[in-house]
Design a binder for this molecule. Structure first.
Ligand code: SF4
Length: 536
């Protein structure tokens, strides 16, 4: 690691030499820590700025209720609290128990757009499961919106899934050979088909769950039971709560707070929790696996008011900021967060170094889709429409910007341009997690690795590209220390390439679509000789 103390005056030249003399350490495959740019006047070229920034997308949000007369309304509010986990589609399925029909409503859009009073009034029943979706496998269309429902030999069943299966194509091939007809391109439907198999065809719920591999937190509703499942690695969160004697399940505990439900406990990795009229029962059908909770839930995805692994997410982020400040201190006039997910790390950073904290970026919370592409008229529109800068706060100041992550670097670069144009004297960037260099195959939609800036550039080049005076990333040890948990509790694959479960590098969110295209091409090839034979 090349380290320099950016708070010392006159270090710029020395650091430049240091960087040059240790070029071997600027390997983009290694974490190199803090960099101070050798040409502070090097500003980002706005004309080269891409139109839109790409941030990793959230996965999905789950909410379930068993035994409450207002199951649909509680699920609506639960999904509302989990909206940050998926904004493409939302759905709720309700049931009144054995002998009654499942009711379902789902559509594309935000929870508040998909459900009105009429839709909720039609969703009768005391049990329900709900889902907000961001697509991690399968395109974003209504046919892939969840929950999925089937009516099979085992009665009605509904499923909602958060995560990514890594053996989805193999299982789907097998099921199709046995006659299953799929309605969607989502991996989650595979689980439903496995569950729906007749008992004499291996259709046992626990046996079916043992067939799937990868990241999965799942809610399954049958006519008699509500079942919560968490994969043995525990990649995605899932918690149990209680309200008015009814059980509730949610991806994040912030959903319990909104409906005044009491948080009971997290569903443990590898646990299958069955809720029915007799109460709760736990099964553990999976072989043991090492824990691999997604570190990015703490860094970026989850809401700061949620509890994960017994710790508050906002507190962990604040501690990450403190770790970052201790590792890469800087003399500055203000600490500016990139809202919202950078807020807590910036607070910890500012508190640790006793530098004033300033909300200089103002976030617009009401952005819908922008159909016009004004890139020719308004430079870096996509960035400015989300965050605007209060110029008076930064003019003439030495500014430290704290962000939770840098993915492609385009957004960060545009923010630095904003700050420079507003008259900031110095701009230092601090990031509360290590550089992202690898793909995620467990349910987070990162851009392709070749689009990840840390995969493509050395730290020195990133520093120059962003146009900052210095750049410091928190290291893996500091990030993990901030959680208060051991290193081996986490999946860190997108940071260090150490995948807890081996994956096919060709696996991405469109694998099912490509599979359909392959099948069509094969069918076309097979059709050719028949046609020629016939013509002869
Ligand atoms: S690879 Fe990264 S984003 Fe994906 S599960 Fe692991 S820590 Fe989370």
């Amino acid at each position: 690691m090349v380290e320099c103390d950016p708070s010392r005056s006159g270090t710029r030249g020395k650091h430049s030499e240091l960087v040059k003399s240790q070029k071997v350490r600027l390997n983009p495959n290694r974490f190199d820590g803090l960099f101070r740019v050798t040409h502070p006047s090097n500003r980002a070229d706005p004309d080269q700025m891409p139109d839109s920034a790409v941030l990793p997308q959230h996965e999905c949000g789950l909410f379930g209720v068993f035994g409450h007369p207002n199951a649909a309304v509680l699920t609506y509010y639960g999904l509302f609290a989990l909206q940050h986990r998926g904004q493409e589609s939302a759905g709720i399925v309700t049931s009144n128990g054995p002998g009654t029909s499942f009711q379902m409503h789902k559509d594309m859009g935000l929870v508040s757009q998909v459900f009105g009073q009429n839709e909720l009034a039609r969703l009768k029943g005391t049990r329900s499961i709900g889902h907000t979706r961001y697509s991690t496998t399968g395109t974003s269309t209504i046919k892939n919106a969840q929950p999925f429902v089937v009516d099979c030999v085992r009665g009605q069943m509904a499923i909602a899934h958060n995560g990514n299966l890594i053996n989805a194509d193999i299982l789907r091939d097998e099921l199709e050979r046995r006659g299953s007809i799929f309605q969607t391109t989502a991996d989650s439907e595979i689980i439903l088909h496995l569950l729906a198999q007749p008992l004499d065809n291996g259709g046992n719920v626990l046996a079916a769950l043992r067939r799937i591999e990868g990241a999965f937190s799942i809610l399954i509703m049958s006519e008699r039971e509500l079942i919560a499942v968490r994969d043995p690695f525990g990649w995605r969160p899932l918690s149990l709560g209680k309200i008015d004697g009814a059980y509730v399940l949610a991806s994040e505990t912030c959903a319990f707070d909104l409906i005044h439900a009491e948080f009971i406990r997290e569903i443990e990795p590898g646990e299958v929790l069955i809720i029915n009229e007799h109460g709760l029962r736990s099964e553990r059908p999976f072989p043991d696996a090492r824990p691999a909770f997604c570190m990015f839930e703490y860094v970026y995805f989850s809401r700061p008011d949620s509890i994960m692994g017994g710790v508050n997410v906002g507190k962990v982020r604040t501690e990450m900021g403190r770790e970052l400040a201790r590792r890469f201190p800087v003399e500055a006039d203000i600490v500016v967060p990139v809202p919202d997910s950078g807020n807590y790390a910036a607070l910890g950073f500012a508190e640790e170094l006793k530098i004033p904290f300033a909300h200089a970026f103002v976030r617009n919370h009401y952005i819908g889709r922008t159909f016009l592409q004004p890139s020719q008229l308004i430079r870096d529109f996509d960035v400015r429409v989300k965050l605007n800068l209060i110029k008076e706060m930064v003019a003439g100041k030495r500014v430290v910007v704290v962000d939770d992550s840098i993915v492609r670097g385009t957004t960060a670069r545009a923010r630095v341009v904003n700050l420079r144009e507003a008259g900031a004297k110095e701009v230092h960037m601090r990031v509360s997690c290590p550089p992202h260099r690898f793909a995620c195959h467990y349910g987070i939609d990162f851009p392709d690795p070749e689009k990840l800036i840390a995969n493509q550039m050395s730290m020195e080049d990133i520093c120059k590209y962003l146009g900052v005076d210095s750049l410091g990333y928190l290291d893996v040890e500091g990030m993990v220390r901030a959680t208060g948990k051991p290193l081996n509790s986490f999946c860190l694959a997108c940071f260090n390439g150490d995948y807890p479960l081996p994956v096919d590098p060709a696996l991405d969110k469109f694998i099912m679509e490509r599979r359909e295209q392959r099948a069509k091409a094969l069918a076309d090839q097979e059709a050719q000789p028949t046609l020629f034979t016939h013509l002869k």
